[in-house]
Design a protein around this ligand. Structure first.
Ligand SMILES: *Cc1c(COP(=O)(O)O)cnc(C)c1O
Length: 223
């Protein structure tokens, strides 16, 4: 087995059956994605539109592409025709734009609300309160070409495991709150996307359903 296949097998062996693996292939070439594909991996995460547009046409059609990075509204149209899930909804406007583009081509796109759970200032996402306010507004109910499927978050980059764990738990708690208040009848609202190479075991303990793992599969990224 090559390294990519070995790494995927190792990670899979540790994932509970309710947790899906998103292989984050950003900055890695199509050939490496192919190796992961040949090892049975089907969900891949990319964070840049241009890079995704170059890779998609040279790779198999049954790949489920998940967009996980900050998405500018003017680039929405380019990925809506083929992405299966967008993890990084960080403004009401972005969700509206995705809805508009999807409606136009008769697709429905699965989306996750990105919540800012880290201490760092720079990360994108709704605060808990901003997200509550948006859900309270009800504006999302008119967007019939997007399906809200859950939440996504990134923990602070720190060695403090307790800190990371408590951030993940805060996201799980928030998921439970909005599930109860707005999505209790909605079976599609069930995803908590959290956990990366260095913290995914903690994320799983805290209730993750989608882990986004890059460097532990493909090696360090070259910037
Ligand atoms: C790059 C990235 C990941 C994967 O990070 P690794 O540490 O390489 O596993 C996960 N989520 C998002 C949003 C990313 O940008």
């Amino acid at each position: 087995m090559n390294d990519v296949a070995k790494n995927i097998a190792q990670i899979r062996a540790t994932l509970p059956s309710h947790v899906r693996l998103v292989a984050v292939s950003k900055f890695h070439p199509a050939e490496m994605i192919r190796e992961a594909y040949d090892a049975g991996q089907r969900i891949f995460g990319e964070s840049r539109v241009q890079e995704l547009l170059l890779k998609k046409p040279v790779l198999p059609d049954d790949i489920e592409w998940h967009f996980i990075g900050h998405l500018q509204t003017n680039k929405v149209k380019q990925i809506v025709p083929f992405v299966s899930m967008i993890h990084s909804i960080d403004t009401p406007k972005l969700l509206q734009e995705i809805n508009k583009a999807a409606e136009h081509i008769d697709r429905k796109i699965s989306c996750l609300l990105q919540i800012h759970i880290a201490r760092e200032e720079s990360k994108f996402g709704f605060s808990f309160e901003e997200c509550r306010e948006y859900l309270r507004s009800g504006a999302w109910k008119d967007l019939h070409s997007v399906q809200l499927c859950g939440v996504m978050g990134m923990a602070t980059l720190t060695d403090d495991r307790e800190q990371i764990k408590s951030e993940f738990l805060s996201l799980h708690k928030f998921f439970n709150e909005i599930k109860k208040d707005y999505f209790s009848e909605d079976e599609s609202f069930r995803e908590i996307s959290m956990g990366m190479s260095d913290d995914y075991p903690l994320a799983i303990e805290a209730g993750s359903t989608l882990v986004r793992i890059g460097s532990r599969i493909f090696g360090e990224r070259v910037y």
